[in-house]
Design a protein around this ligand. Structure first.
Ligand SMILES: Cc1cc2nc3c(=O)[nH]c(=O)nc-3n(C[C@H](O)[C@H](O)[C@H](O)COP(=O)(O)O)c2cc1C
Length: 350
């Protein structure tokens, strides 16, 4: 059941329009420097990822596991993570916790030397639903399976509300996150609806090591679940998916709220290296790409490699044209904020 769902998510995300109605990265403009005084070939992109040295500020975001298709995708992404010396997250590992036969669709990434591997589990699975909550021994198993440096706990309650088999209970989840964060290095992650100011304060207080904002503007899980509901002729959930298609806190807003309080991964709607540069300029330590890296990932490593190489080139061009020779300089660059994002900044970020 879970495996079919994961496969459906991939196929829907590959073939359909699943983006939120507005991409907020388009509301940020970086100020051009005609006299950059930087040598492109000397630009330094190495950076720190929560104590781990990586070559580029890029995270391959959590997407999949649990099926043969997922295994192929994970292998190609992992090969690229090794090649570029960048961190990689796996999709929710709940399926592996429930069925050990699926372990290799995740552990396939162990064949590669990756600077930081990120295990992944959903916050809803940490408390009792119709099914019992996962226990510490399950988390130990999942972390050991891939020798993970960090444990991502993803928050996807928007998706749970729309999907036919969704978990509806979130009472007590923060207490569980606090308990787990006291013995595991936790990264709290959204999946396309972003974190508000209150969420960020709660998570920092709960002791998470970093926040991956997974904000509004890119892949919408309400949209993905809309297509699944439509296929199964569930009219209620089809309409709810449409209603909440573009719900959430924009990615740049969540980054602005979190940066300075905790290490931040900027993600949600990153399409290219310029979007990545904008995320870094807002204070993110790295940017997370999901759907952009899914393109062709089931077919070949070369496609993923080319995709990441292009993102790096675009990122470095952004550094060059703003006169940024290093990541420290990139983080201080001037930008203009306009449109819908300007309204969010004025009315909410303050
Ligand atoms: C096919 C697909 C499957 C995903 N599965 C997971 C998952 O299992 N766990 C998770 O934390 N996020 C998952 N995500 C969410 C992404 O990691 C990311 O937060 C979200 O897609 C927004 O980024 P994007 O706009 O770059 O796609 C998935 C995304 C896609 C496209």
């Amino acid at each position: 059941m879970i495996s079919n769902r994961k496969e459906e998510h991939i196929r829907i995300a590959e073939k359909n329009e699943v983006n939120a109605s507005h991409n907020f990265w388009d509301d940020i403009v970086m100020v051009h420097r005609s006299i950059p005084e930087v040598d492109y070939n000397s630009i330094k992109t190495e950076t720190d990822f929560i104590g781990v040295k990586i070559n580029y500020p890029i995270l391959i975001s959590s997407m999949t596991g649990g099926t043969e298709l997922a295994k192929r995708i994970n292998r190609n992404l992992a090969m690229a993570a090794e090649k570029f010396n960048i961190p990689m997250g796996l999709g929710s590992m709940r399926a592996a916790a429930e069925n050990k036969d699926l372990a290799d669709t995740y552990s396939v990434i162990n064949d590669f030397k990756i600077p930081a591997k990120l295990a992944n589990i959903g916050a809803p699975q940490l408390i009792d639903q119709d099914k019992k909550a996962l226990k510490e021994r399950d988390l130990d198993y999942l972390i050991d399976l891939i020798d993970a440096k960090f444990l991502i706990i993803h928050f996807n309650f928007l998706q749970e509300m729309i999907q036919p088999e969704g978990d509806r209970n979130s009472a007590g989840v923060l207490k569980r996150v606090r308990e787990i964060a006291s013995s595991y290095p936790v990264i709290a992650k959204e999946t396309g609806a972003g974190f508000s100011r209150e969420d960020i304060e709660d998570l920092v207080d709960a002791g998470v090591k970093a926040i991956d904002v997974g904000g509004l503007g890119g892949t919408s899980f309400a949209a993905i679940e809309y297509y699944r509901a439509e296929k199964s002729a569930d009219m209620e959930k089809t309409r709810a998916g449409k209603t909440y298609w573009s719900w959430g806190v924009p990615s740049p807003v969540s980054i602005m709220l979190a940066s300075g309080k905790v290490p931040v991964i900027g993600s949600g709607g990153l399409r290219n290296g310029l979007d990545l540069f904008k995320a870094i300029s807002l204070g993110a330590m790295a940017g997370g790409f999901a759907r952009t890296l899914l393109e062709g990932a089931d077919e070949s490593f070369e496609t993923v490699e080319m995709n990441i190489r292009t993102i790096i080139r675009e990122f470095k061009i952004g550094m060059m044209l703003t006169g940024s020779g290093s990541m420290e300089e990139a983080r201080k660059k001037r930008r203009i904020i306009r449109g819908e994002l300007r309204q969010w900044v004025d009315d909410y970020v303050g």
